[in-house]
Design a protein around this ligand. Structure first.
Ligand SMILES: *Cc1c(COP(=O)(O)O)cnc(C)c1O
Length: 379
């Protein structure tokens, strides 16, 4: 039993630098006696992230979901918003918490992102914005989305929770649209245990966002809007400063893991790897594969093979957001409206991908897939 426990492989694992490296940061906070509300580390991290990411304005948050909710608030979006069903459920929850009606549009089978070719058909007089997701850190076709948004006078907010550090055509992907929202949750590449941020285009908008995340407070005597509490505290921000020092190391480790998976699984019949267009950089946030009907066993059978060996692969994203209780009765949630997303969701499997994944563990994972492919062939 102990052996089995020791050999458990999670699908993801937060990267934690040596604890001793964090101690000086904590001592600094203790000596500052400033624990939250735009403290020194909060200030430092906003500046450092702007430089690292190549953006001008960033506002830190306690988590990505509150950041998403606030981004929509800051743009005063109401009515209907077009979005993807193939994402983490927080994407749609952020619309729900703003009283906005989500309108699901199908995805592209290769990129697995919102399909720009299907957006216009879903626009109604109530449509105010588009909320796409750069799924697995793979950028959306932002140029096509921008054209549609401009033509119909719509706002665009990107859920960029997976897209830390990603560039398209040599520019940060976070510069696309009106705003981009990041998550710094423990499972993400760059994390602050919990955390998030909004990237916006000008100082005035940042000020509006900064007020909204602090109850809408303008000054001692003035509350200008019904804001909420989305502030990142100093421990989170200090950890972010430390984490930033290690992010290149984390990316390099993930890149190695990614190429090993590609080398071993690229030629396996019935498996489709996630291909990313050459004008996009990759951050190796996830390693999704599609287990198609040409593979000898089903996605769910393969999933069970991993489970039996204590390896936590994930069917991510399955079920679709549109299949969950709060959303499944929406007209746009029907399977007929979302054939591609339904198919992808039934085939996708995310393999373990994290900075400290060991080579021997990765070989075990690869071996399971290869032996399923071979055994079924022999049978
Ligand atoms: C992680 C994630 C979020 C939510 O971020 P939290 O920081 O966990 O609140 C939103 N959207 C997507 C696509 C995510 O993966």
């Amino acid at each position: 039993m102990d052996n089995q426990k020791a050999s458990f492989v999670p699908v993801t694992q937060p990267y934690l630098p040596p604890l001793a490296e964090f101690t000086p940061y904590l001592e600094q906070i203790w000596s500052n006696k400033w624990v939250t509300n735009d403290g020194p580390f909060h200030h430092q991290l906003e500046k450092a992230l702007c430089e690292h990411l190549g953006v001008e304005h960033i506002s830190l948050f306690s988590n990505g979901t509150i950041a998403l909710i606030t981004a929509l608030q800051a743009l005063e979006i109401s009515g209907e918003v077009i979005t993807t069903p193939f994402s983490f459920v927080a994407t749609t929850h952020a619309l729900h918490w703003n009283g906005i009606k989500p309108v699901f549009v199908d995805i592209d089978p290769v990129s697995m992102n919102l399909d720009p070719a299907r957006i216009e058909a879903a626009i109604t007089p109530q449509t105010k914005a588009i909320l796409p997701v750069h799924v697995y850190g793979n950028p959306c076709e932002v140029e096509a989305i921008e054209r549609i948004a401009a033509k119909h006078g719509l706002r665009v907010v990107y859920d960029a929770a997976h897209a830390f550090g990603v560039q398209r055509d040599g520019q940060s992907i976070l510069r696309a649209g009106d705003m981009s929202v990041l998550s710094f949750h423990g499972t993400k590449i760059f994390h602050t245990f919990e955390g998030g941020a909004i990237v916006c285009r000008d100082a005035e908008t940042k000020q509006r966002i900064d007020r909204l995340k602090n109850f809408g407070i303008v000054d001692e005597l003035t509350v200008g809007a019904a804001g909420l509490n989305g502030k990142m505290n100093e421990v989170q921000a200090a950890f972010g400063m430390l984490q930033l020092k290690h992010v290149d190391y984390a990316l390099a480790a993930r890149a190695r893991i990614d190429s090993r998976y590609r080398e071993a699984l690229g030629g396996v019949r019935g498996l489709k790897l996630h291909e990313i267009a050459s004008n996009n950089t990759r951050n190796h946030a996830y390693f999704p594969i599609r287990v198609t009907p040409e593979f000898p066993i089903s996605r769910d059978a393969l999933f069970e093979q991993f489970r039996a060996r204590h390896i936590a692969v994930r069917r991510y994203f399955y079920p679709l957001i549109s299949e969950f209780v709060p959303y499944r009765d929406l007209p746009s949630a029907s399977r007929e409206n979302l054939p591609v997303a339904s198919e992808v969701s039934s085939e996708v499997l995310c393999l373990p991908m994290y900075t400290m994944l060991e080579a021997v563990e990765q070989e075990r994972i690869i071996e399971i897939i290869l032996s399923c492919a071979a055994e079924a062939k022999a049978a």
